[in-house]
Structure formats: C-alpha cells, structure tokens
Design a protein around this ligand. Sequence first.
Ligand code: NAG
Length: 219
Amino acid sequence: MRHSTFFFLALIAAIVQAVPAADLTKPPAGTCTISAVAVDAPDVDTDGSGCRAGTVGVAFSSDNSLMTILFDDFKAAIGPNAGSTKKRAFCRVNVTMASPGWAFDVSSVDFRGYVRIAQGVDASIVSRWKWIDSKGQDMKGKGNINKKLAGPFEDDFLLHKDGELSDNEASVCSKASARFQLSISASLSASGSSLSGLVQGDAANAQFGEVLNLGWKKC
Ligand SMILES: *[C@@H]1O[C@H](CO)[C@@H](O)[C@H](O)[C@H]1NC(C)=O
C-alpha cells in the first residue's frame, strides 16, 4: 500500500514536471503590438535637426522582453564641416501600443551612438520617457538617461542605466492602455568656432538606437 502511494506521488511529480511552466513574467509572444509611432515635426525645437515621420522605428522583441527604438536620421554637428546639421538635435516619439492584460515599466536602458568631438567641444546626450493617459495627462513613473562627454573623444558609445523600475504594481497596471512617449536630444557646444563635433548613429548600422528592457506585470 505504502509502496503504491509512493509510486502514485512519483507519477504525479513526473507529470507536473513534463508540463512546461507558463512564463508568468512576460506576455506571450504575439500579444504586444504597436499601432502608431507619431514623431513631432522638426520645428518643435527651432534650433534642432530633430527627426521626421518615417525615420523612427519602434518594435517589441519577439519574446517581449525588449522594446527597441531606432532613429535613422538623428544627428547633431558643430564647427566648420557641420553644413546644414544643427548643433542641437531633438526627437520626440509617441508610441501607441496594445498589450492586453499586461503593462510594463522600464527596468534598464541601453543607448548607443557615435560621438566625435575635438578638444574644447562638449557633447550632451539625454533621453527621457514617460506615459501619457487617455486625457493627455502625464502619468507617474518616468525615467531618463543622460551622458556628458568632453572632447577629445571619438568612438561608438554605449550607455547603460539600471534600476528604472519606479512604481508599485498597481500603478504599473494603470499604464496598460497609456501612450508611451520617448525623447532624445543631443547638444554640442564648442569653445571656439574652428572646433568640430559630431553626434550620430553608430558605425555598425548608422542608427541611433535605444533598447529598453521591460519589466512586465500581469494586470
Ligand atoms: C505627442 O504627445 C504629446 C502629449 O500628449 C502631444 O502634445 C504631441 O502633440 C504628440 N505628438 C505627436 C506627433 O502626436
């Protein structure tokens, strides 16, 4: 009797193990969609090169752990070779998305691009994000990442920022149907008019890229 009870329990344990556990930490593949990416016209910042509609791509990774935002035409330049590129660039993107039953907060951010600045030139790169409710009001929980570089500097750069989770579970769930807004800006300043500086997409694919690592909550 005792022996068969043991056998029965062992059998149950084997069955439980054989059923793959549902991933309770992220929405299943295919659940999250992006329906609109609205980019402010360049003149939102009169001194900025900005970005134009169609130059910004936003996507969830197939396992929904990441949101990637790629800027095709984002750059700032200063100095004799700057041409028509302005010393300040600003791009703001509103993302309308759906993730039925789930909401996310941003847990960490990776940001990459390329900077080439002479001695005497400073570069400042800032990205901010927030959520906007259906009435157009800012919601709780926003984040930012920023970097200041002093020339001489010439390299691809990668910025990483951790620990952006800013909210308790209830307020994360209130973001389930909110719009997500993200902006980036790059500014250059030089101590002399002959000094050059450039901020643009990285060498590998000429895109300015930002990857948001998402912390999901089931709502
Ligand atoms: C983005 O959202 C803000 C805040 O709701 C709004 O003022 C702005 O016009 C929006 N931009 C675009 C291009 O839709």
